[in-house]
Design a protein around this ligand. Structure first.
Ligand SMILES: [Zn+2]
Length: 179
């Protein structure tokens, strides 16, 4: 088992669509960023990369890459997941907290959780989405930004080669015990 931690924060500005956890949320303000500014999906990407010790989201998806301008962060998450799986890991569970003073996220938590579970190919029972305001304190509390934290647990997949080796060893032991 290995654990990964992710964090992200984006500035809120007027007249920009708000996307969080891959869900479009009705709001007069949205998150700025090189991509669609989905701070929650970015925090999840960093948690995944962290668990596999593969660096951070900026290493893999630099904000100077013109191909990523306005990109759907669901695509960034899918590519991140591919990298983590290619390194031999599968996900066990994910826990997240979104910090937002505005808009209120309570009514959207269930939809966000479902969407993240779908994007990660996980049972929703293994995905948690919590929301907090920052009690009117700091930039988040003043409605200037939305931040997100994510923690993920991953497990190393047992390789087919290892299983074959074990099976072969068992057969050899059985053969020997008969001799
Ligand atoms: Zn971000």
């Amino acid at each position: 088992m290995r654990v990964g931690l992710g964090y992200d924060i984006h500035r809120l500005v007027p007249d920009r669509p708000l996307r969080l956890g891959g869900v479009a949320i009705p709001s007069p303000v949205g998150l700025t960023g090189h991509s669609d500014g989905d701070a929650l999906l970015h925090a999840i990407c960093d948690a995944l990369l962290g668990a596999a010790a593969l660096g951070d989201i900026g290493d893999h998806f630099p904000d100077t890459d013109p191909a990523l301008a306005g990109a759907d962060s669901a695509r960034i998450l899918a590519e991140t997941l591919d990298k983590v799986r290619a390194a031999g890991f599968h996900l066990v569970n994910l826990d997240t907290t979104v910090l937002a003073q505005q808009p209120r996220l309570g009514p959207h938590k269930a939809a966000i959780r479902q969407r993240i579970a779908q994007l990660l190919g996980l049972d929703p029972g293994r995905v948690s989405v919590k929301a907090k305001s920052n009690n009117a304190l700091d930039a988040v509390g003043q409605g200037l930004a939305i931040a997100a934290h994510a923690v993920v647990l991953v497990e190393k997949k047992r390789g087919a080669r290892t299983r074959t080796t074990r099976r072969t060893r068992t057969i050899v032991q059985r053969t020997r015990s008969r001799e």
